[in-house]
Design a protein around this ligand. Structure first.
Ligand code: CMC
Length: 432
């Protein structure tokens, strides 16, 4: 980051002296006012619940321009990565800063492929869960448990340890997600198979059984790979900020990523695609297309507490570029699987059409986000609704671990410790 010639002046109406605050510039995007010395100079904190105007870190990984609807990983537009690269190219890029050449790609793919198996003891740990446990509960536990198995890569001060734990996490997430799924069905887990692609291997671990051969469907493989690419990173969102805050205490990377999984579970974040599909199923059960208008009236009624899931975004106020790519994939998958007349897709299209023309949504700049279509694609592929957020976690692990590693390597890194505006009781005495 570069110090700007421009400076901010903060003045007060009570006669306290004004102070000057430095301004830093990034490569693109808004400048930031450096308030690190504010408390020392004024005795005041800034107040920004929800981080609406606060840059909590400098980062060189992902850039979003919410007004333009632009998403860049290491400078590359998401549209180009989605069309020209696979998920492991994207992982390499996010972790290392550049796309791999042919040799680097081969080596990276081999490294990831060779780390896909998990310690057999993990199966005993898995068996402690109820079969009907939510997969995100299982995943939070399994990812956290990795720290009990891979002690040889938890020295966070060692860059080699940081790298190998990143590879382990990226490699083992598909295995863990498929283990959670197979366990919920009472089916045996399927071992990884090294001659398949990352995504093909995941599909096989999810849907094969030990009694029959399994053929990976190429359209489905490409669609899921695209879902992984689109979800790989998204700058300082809630789960990534959680990973950074958790990791800032110096905890091991597996524990930090487990905190990200837990945060992602919520319906305002990674749980939105699951919530979106539940919403579509509910509308379908209540009368389908004929009731879409009534449902939209509820969405616009503030007292109803109903939101149009899969719509709106904290950062994208024009459109979510991932939603466009996902819509394209959605049509491709449904056509390849002969599901063009899927009633939930029809409902989704009808809702989208009304919303895009309705003043309520237009005025508030609410557009479909990536989750609006990704749920329909995953359902068509055969992924159960309860596992949607697990798929998101699998993909986002790359972003989490890259952001964590960037933080640990940053010379300015400190434990994260937000301050507060205290509004509770003033000092009082216990009287008994
Ligand atoms: N349906 C109806 N109204 C909405 C919606 C929606 N989906 N989203 C926002 N609004 C309204 C909201 O009621 C508010 O209206 P008003 O100004 O009259 O009070 C206005 O739009 C601004 O909303 P907000 O809650 O202040 O916006 P935010 O930036 O804090 O919230 C959001 C962003 C994603 C949490 C929200 O849009 C939402 O709850 N969407 C549905 C859940 C969803 O799809 N989440 C997935 C996000 S994308 C995946 C990811 O990147 O994690």
């Amino acid at each position: 980051m570069k110090l700007s010639d421009n400076k901010a002046t903060l003045s007060f109406t009570d006669g306290s002296p004004a102070i000057e605050l430095p301004i830093y510039q990034g490569t693109i995007g808004p400048d930031v006012i450096d308030i690190r010395k504010l408390y020392g100079q004024t005795g005041m904190f800034t107040y920004d619940p929800g981080f609406l105007s606060t840059a909590a870190t400098a980062s060189g990984i992902t850039y979003i321009d919410g007004d333009k609807g632009e998403l860049l990983y290491r400078g590359y537009p998401i549209e180009q990565l989605a069309v020209n690269c696979d998920y492991l190219d994207t992982c390499y890029l996010i972790l290392n800063g550049d796309l791999p050449n042919v040799e680097q790609k081969k080596e990276f793919d081999t490294q990831v492929t060779r780390h896909t198996m998990v310690n057999e003891q993990m199966n005993f740990f898995l068996r402690g869960f109820r079969r009907d446990a939510h997969p995100m509960a299982v995943l939070t536990g399994l990812v956290g448990a990795l720290s009990a198995f891979y002690h040889d890569s938890t020295d966070i001060t060692n860059p080699q340890h940081r790298y190998i734990s990143a590879i382990r996490l990226i490699a083992k997430m598909p295995t863990l997600v498929s283990m959670a799924y197979k366990y919920s069905r009472g089916e045996p887990t399927i071992f990884p198979k090294n001659d398949l692609s990352y995504t093909g291997n995941f599909l096989r671990m999810m849907f094969a059984n030990p009694c029959e051969d399994y053929q990976v469907n190429e359209v489905v493989e490409r669609a899921l790979d695209r879902i992984f690419i689109l979800h790989a990173d998204h700058e300082q969102n809630a789960s990534t900020s959680t990973v950074r805050l958790c990791g800032s205490s110096g905890t091991n990377p597996f524990a930090a990523i487990a905190s990200g999984v837990a945060c992602l579970w919520g319906p305002a974040h990674g749980g939105a695609n699951e919530a979106c599909l539940h919403m579509l199923e509910q509308i379908q059960a209540n009368g389908g297309l004929a009731t879409v208008g009534k449902f939209m009236e509820q969405v616009k009624d503030k007292n109803s507490g109903v939101r149009l899931m899969g719509f709106g975004h904290r950062v994208y106020k024009n459109y979510d570029p991932r939603a466009k790519l996902m819509q394209e994939t959605c049509k491709e998958v449904l056509s390849a699987l002969g599901l063009e007349n899927d009633p939930l897709l029809k409902l989704a299209m009808a809702l989208e059409k009304i919303a895009l023309e309705d003043d309520y949504f237009v005025q508030r700049k609410l557009y479909p986000n990536v989750d609006f279509y990704s749920g329909i694609v995953q359902r068509a592929i055969g992924i159960p609704t309860s596992l949607f957020t697990g798929i998101f976690a699998l993909a986002r692990t790359t972003g989490w671990i890259a952001q964590w590693a960037e933080m640990i390597a940053d010379p300015e890194y400190k434990i994260g410790r937000p301050r507060q505006l205290y509004t509770g009781e003033t000092v009082r005495q216990v009287k008994r």
